[in-house]
Every structure is written in structure tokens, then in C-alpha cells.
Design a protein around this ligand. Structure first.
Ligand code: ZN
Ligand code: ZN
Length: 696
């Protein structure tokens, strides 16, 4: 079948092929790189009238649809010219469409095939079922299932396997399992389809059970199986089986499989054996982004946030590109540590790399800015998110609530309702907090009722706690007390503690005493509880009672939790404790603090002596309020940052009255915004006032 070389351009494949084979498949496999090459063979076949031979036509079709990497257009043009395409031709096209990411076309072609009475065969069904799996088209799959049963392919191993895969992918694991159990012979692929189905639906217990079955039946498993089982071990914290697999991997020389090793790292990390995970991780010669992410999120979940960030820096040095999962873990660590600079860097990196702002990543960013007190940045990220879910909205509402912008929080809550996103129980906690922080009593009452009436959410103890807080803060102490008495569930210590705090603000001694009694009855009280009651007495001048409570507290062996404030400067976290000399620059810090106190006194600040007096009585050494940890941290921030820079502090306890007053004054005198995150909320100090309106 030689063709004249002259009609072909030089350096064409034909120049090196003197003879065209009748089967273009061999040629494609050996020589063809492009559609153009195929085109020439096609032309040649037409010219020589070879295309009428169904075998030849089929080969050409297979070359175009499956072997050539191009899209299906060319194959379609060949297929359309076939006068009466037979089943093999349809099969090739269906396979090609599935292979080349057009499963929709594959299913449509199958429909056409049946209508044109080309009989589907044992090759057709696995292909079209695979297309259905890709599309998660359960209904179509079920129809095909019925059809193949009628045609007698119900016990064809390939077909059954494709069916199991289809049902498992579409979340119908029960159906998949029935098919699985009905099979007389099951290969490893079938087992793995079943494992994949359970994993996809999060049925981790079932994965374990199936694996034990496999072991009992002495069926051989492979690396795909192990990856699946390791994931389940991680989710269920089943370290025993996980370790068994770890030993198996080592004993059978499988340590070179990076996917398997990554799964092991992930399993150990999720089971809390972070150091063991790190050990394996370090042994991996090549680590992909999944391995890095597994390790970083392992540290994050184990609350070893500093290690997580350090490993992230190593990852960058190793030039590994982080992905969404990495970024979410890193942001969570930044949030916990209050590492503002690193978190901002992560944000700019996400922008620079044009990473997709998915719901998870976007929400993690909003949460980060929210917990660092950067309300405007949180809102900006939220607005730029292409998709948001109930968690994204809740995080933002929580952010506004804890940053003293209750009205705005409620505005966003209403916006959420307008967008038809139903709030969940956590959203209600956030929006009720917004009401309490802003003193919106009626709004709070309304929301509390609406929660169960309009959304079917039964209030939990946290919601009752919010209501007590709303009433208590507004000075409605008696009503709050009655509210607790009328609660359908038993109040816990937190509820009484909340009321106790309100009694302190509104100087209600009687209910304050009652509240402390209840706190002590329900759980070993914290030092803070006694101090609150003692402060109530002090605030009305009952010094003897105040010191009696402090003595009681000492007698019970309850120690005061030392206050600790943290400030991050240039990526370094500095910790300050009241009256401590641990900080390397403590002399300078105390000098700066004295200066700060002097300046704010000139501007009208008067130290709050009531609490200082009690502390002096309590401790032998003279504890002065002017050395509370947040004052040290703020003074340090003032001398170490440029004028005008916002100072951000986080504190482990509730900020005391005196520090609150002093910080208000400092924000005015030094023209600085000062953001303090205390145990409960944010305080944004600016121009001598605070976002909490002295209401915390
Ligand atoms: Zn203080
Ligand atoms: Zn405040």
C-alpha cells in the first residue's frame, strides 16, 4: 500500500513509513504523536477504500478516541460518518468520553445506543457505569442496573465491580454492600471499591470491620487498602491497628511508597503521637504537599502551634508549595498564638499565589482576623469570599460580638436570614453574645424566643447562659435570678458565675452571695469567683467581708491564677506576668511602666485603690496594680513600636477595672489604638474610650 512520497510534506511521518499498516492502532502506538498524523492515515484509508472494513474503522476510532491524547472532536467526526455503528464502536466512544472527562456525553451516547438497537455488551456496562460514577448519577445508574440485569450481565464480575463502585460513590453504601456480599468471587479491586465507598461516606467503623473480615478470610490486601484503613485509624484514634500496619509496612519493605508513608504520618498525628509522626516524616526522602500538610495539621491539632509554624517555615525553605489544607492549619496556629504578622503574611501569600478562597480557607482567614481583633480585615475577607456557609457567617457574627460591635453583628445576622442561610445553635450563641455585650435586652429576649419557635433549635445551657448575661449586665439582677430558677435544665456553675459577675458590676450583695454559694456547690470554685464576691463587698465599702472571703479562699488552698499578657513584636512573642522579672528587659519595662503611669496620672487617671488594697492585704509582698501584666505589656509595646502603631495584647484573665481605666487613658495620651483580648472578649481602646463601653 505504498503512497507516493511526493504528496506528503517533508519530515512527515510518512517519509519514514514506507508502508501503512492496515491497523492504524499499531502505527499510533509506535509513531503518531498528533491528530495530524492520524489525519493522514485516515485520508489514506479513505483513498484505499479500507474504511468500509468494520475492523479497520474500529481501529481508527479507537486510535482517535482513546490512544490519541486530544479531545474527542476528531473521534466524533469519524464516528458520525459510520453508517451503522456497531456495539464495539459505541463502546469505544463511551470509553473515550469517560476517559476524557466528558462522562455526560458518555451517558447520552449510551442512551442513543439503546435507542438505535445496538446491543450493549459486557464491555459497554462497566464503561457507562464508570461515567455514572463520575457524574454521581445515581438515578441513571439504577436504570442501567435494571437493564443489565434483564440482559443477563448481572453476574459479570467487571459489571458487578462497576456497580459497587457506582453505588459506593453515590453514597449508597448499603446497596453496594449487598452486591458485594452477593458476589461469588471478589478481587482486590472489588474490596477496595467497598473500602473507598465507606471512606467517602465517613463510615470509619465499617472500614475497620471490613478490614478485619478481610484478615479473617485471609484475602490479600494491597497498598490502596492500607491507605484507606490508615485514614480510618486516624479518624477513630485506633493507634493499635495503626501501629500494626506501620510494622507491616516496614517488615514488607513498603516504606518507599510515599502515599503509604504520608498516610502513616497522618494516622500517627491524628492519634496524638505527633513525635512518632515527625520521626517518620523526617525519614521520607521526598515529601509532597500532602505529607507536609499532614504533619503541620498534626501539630496544630495537638495544640503545638509553635511547632506547626516552624515546620511551615521549613516547608517554604524546601520550596514545597502549600495548598489549602496547609494554609488552614497554619492560620489556625496563628490564631491560637495571636501571631498577627505571620497570619497576615499567609493572607498576602494566598493573594499572591491566587489561591482559591474556598469556604474553609476563607472562614479560617475571617476567624484569624476576628480573633486578632482586626474587625475590618475580617469583614473584608468575608465580603470577598465567593461562597460562604453557616460557619463563615457565624464566625463573622462572633467576631463582631466579641469586638463590641453588637449592632453590626445583629445586622449581619439579619442579612444571613435574608440570604436564606438558616442559623444553627452556635450562630445563636454568637448573636445572643452580641446582645449582651451591647446591652440589647429586648433584642436578646426576642432572639431567644425566635430560636426554638422559628428555627426549631432547643436552647442549650450556653443559650441560657447568654440570657442570664444579657439580663445581668443590664442590671436586671432579680429577673436574671428568676430566669435561672425557671430554667427547664439544671443550671451549671458557669451560669451562676455569670450572674456573680453581674452582681459585681451592679453591687448586688445578696444575690452575689447566693451565686457564689451555688458555684462552690457545683464545682471547685476558681480564685476568680472568690475575688468577684470580695470585690462586690469592697465596692460598697464592706472591707471586713471582703477580706473574709479572701481568707476563705486561702484556707481552701485556692491559688490565684497569675495574670499573663502577651505581645507579639516582629514575630517574637513576649510574655509578661504581674510583678515578674523574667523578661530579659524587665528593668527597662518597669522604667517604661513608671513613665507611662506618670503621664496618664497627669492626664487625670486615678488608680483604683479598692482592689489594690485587698491584694496588699492578701499577699505579704506589696502587689501594686500598676504592675499588672497588661500594663507591663502595653508599656513595652509603647517603647518598642513606632508612634501610631496599634498595640495588640492578649491576656489570660479578665481585665481588671484599674487596667481598663489606665488603658483608656493611655490610648488618649499616647494617641495609640490598643487592642486587648482578655478571657472573654476584645477591648478596642481609642481616644480615651473602649469599644465595650465599660461593660464587660
Ligand atoms: Zn489589672
Ligand atoms: Zn473595654
Amino acid at each position: 500500500m505504498a503512497i507516493p512520497l511526493s504528496i506528503l510534506p517533508a519530515k512527515n511521518l510518512a517519509t519514514i513509513i514506507p508502508q501503512f499498516p492496515e491497523n492504524p492502532k499499531t502505527l499510533i502506538l509506535e509513531q503518531c504523536k498528533t491528530i495530524k498524523d492520524l489525519n493522514q492515515i485516515h485520508a489514506h484509508l479513505i483513498k484505499n477504500r479500507l474504511l468500509h472494513d468494520p475492523g479497520v474503522a474500529e481501529n481508527l476510532l479507537e486510535s482517535a478516541a482513546i490512544l490519541a491524547p486530544e479531545p474527542m472532536d476528531y473521534a466524533v467526526s469519524i464516528f458520525d460518518k459510520l453508517e451503522e455503528p456497531n456495539s464495539p464502536a459505541y463502546n469505544i466512544m463511551i470509553r473515550g468520553f469517560t476517559l476524557k472527562q466528558s462522562p455526560n456525553e458518555a451517558v447520552l451516547l449510551f442512551k442513543e445506543m439503546c435507542e438505535r438497537s445496538a446491543r450493549p455488551d459486557g464491555f459497554t456496562f462497566p464503561c457507562v457505569l464508570k461515567a455514572c460514577s463520575r457524574l454521581q448519577a445515581l438515578k441513571e445508574g439504577e436504570q442501567i442496573h435494571a437493564q443489565l440485569w434483564k440482559l443477563g450481565f448481572g453476574s459479570n464480575g467487571f459489571v458487578e465491580n462497576s456497580l459497587i463502585h457506582l453505588y459506593a460513590t453515590c453514597g449508597e453504601v448499603g446497596v453496594a454492600r449487598r452486591l458485594f456480599d452477593g458476589m461469588s468471587e471478589r478481587g482486590i479491586i472489588t474490596w477496595n471499591s467497598m473500602f473507598a465507598g465507606y471512606s467517602k461516606s465517613g463510615y470509619w467503623q465499617e472500614v475497620m470491620r471490613l478490614f478485619h473480615e478481610m484478615l479473617e478470610m485471609d484475602v490479600e490486601f494491597d497498598e490502596v487498602t492500607l491507605v484507606c484503613v490508615l485514614t480510618a485509624c486516624g479518624r477513630l484514634a485506633d493507634i493499635e491497628l495503626g501501629e500494626w500496619i506501620g510494622e507491616y509496612v516496614e517488615a514488607n519493605g513498603l516504606s518507599g511508597n510515599p502515599t503509604l508513608m504520608t498516610s502513616l504520618v497522618d494516622m500517627y498525628a491524628k492519634c496524638g503521637h505527633v513525635d512518632k509522626a515527625r520521626n517518620l516524616f523526617d525519614q521520607m526522602p521526598r515529601k509532597d504537599v500532602v505529607a507536609w500538610s499532614a504533619m503541620i495539621s498534626g501539630y496544630n491539632q495537638a495544640s503545638r502551634c509553635r511547632d506547626a509554624l516552624e515546620l511551615f517555615h521549613e516547608m517554604q525553605k524546601a520550596n514545597a508549595e502549600p495548598n489549602e489544607v496547609t494554609m488552614v492549619s497554619v492560620l489556625c496556629s496563628c490564631t491560637v498564638l495571636g501571631a498577627v504578622e505571620t497570619g497576615k503574611w499567609v493572607h498576602s501569600y494566598i493573594k499572591k499565589k491566587r489561591m482559591k478562597l474556598t469556604v474553609t480557607l476563607g472562614t479560617a482567614l475571617v476567624d484569624f482576623y476576628a480573633k486578632c481583633g482586626s474587625v475590618e480585615s475580617a469583614i473584608e475577607v468575608f465580603r470577598n469570599m465567593p461562597l460562604r456557609n453557616v460557619l463563615s457567617w457565624t464566625v463573622l457574627i462572633q467576631c463582631l460580638a466579641s469586638n463590641g460591635q453588637g449592632k453590626r453583628a445583629i445586622k449581619f445576622f439579619n442579612l444571613m436570614l435574608e440570604k436564606n442561610i438558616p442559623p444553627n445553635d452556635v450562630t445563636f450563641i454568637s448573636v445572643l453574645r452580641a446582645c449582651s455585650h451591647t446591652g440589647l435586652v429586648d433584642e436578646g429576649r426576642r432572639l431567644f424566643v425566635s430560636m426554638s419557635r422559628d428555627f426549631g433549635i432547643e436552647p442549650r445551657i450556653e443559650h441560657y447562659g447568654c440570657m442570664v448575661d444579657i439580663l445581668g449586665r443590664a442590671g436586671l439582677i432579680e429577673e436574671a435570678y428568676q430566669f435561672i430558677e425557671d430554667m427547664p435544665i439544671k443550671p451549671n456553675a458557669i451560669i451562676w458565675r455569670t450572674l456573680l459577675a453581674s452582681c459585681r458590676v451592679h453591687k448586688n450583695i445578696e444575690i452575689g452571695e447566693e451565686s457564689l454559694k451555688n458555684v462552690v456547690r457545683l464545682e471547685p470554685a476558681h480564685s476568680g469567683d472568690y475575688i468577684l464576691l470580695s470585690n462586690i463587698y469592697a465596692s460598697v465599702g464592706r472591707w471586713e467581708d471582703a477580706s473574709r472571703v479572701r481568707t476563705q479562699m486561702r484556707e481552701k488552698g485556692i491559688e490565684k491564677i497569675p495574670g499573663c499578657s502577651v505581645i507579639e513584636l516582629d514575630g517574637v512573642v513576649h510574655e509578661f506576668f504581674a510583678e515578674d522579672n523574667v523578661h530579659p528587659d524587665s528593668e527597662e519595662v518597669y522604667y517604661a511602666t513608671e513613665n507611662m503611669m506618670k503621664e496618664i496620672k497627669l492626664a487625670g487617671y486615678v488608680p483604683n485603690t479598692s482592689e489594690a488594697r485587698l491584694d496588699a492585704e492578701e499577699d505579704d509582698k506589696e502587689t501594686s496594680v500598676s504592675h499588672h501584666s497588661e500594663k507591663l505589656a502595653i508599656a513595652f509595646g509603647l517603647i518598642r513600636t513606632c508612634p501610631g502603631t496599634t498595640i495588640r495584647i492578649s491576656k489570660n484573665l479578665r481585665i481588671c477595672c484599674d487596667c481598663h481605666n489606665a488603658t483608656k487613658m493611655a490610648s488618649k495620651v499616647f494617641s495609640r489604638e490598643i487592642v486587648v483580648r482578655d478571657r472573654n472578649r476584645f477591648h478596642h481602646f481609642k481616644d480615651g474610650s473602649c469599644s465595650c463601653n465599660d461593660y464587660w
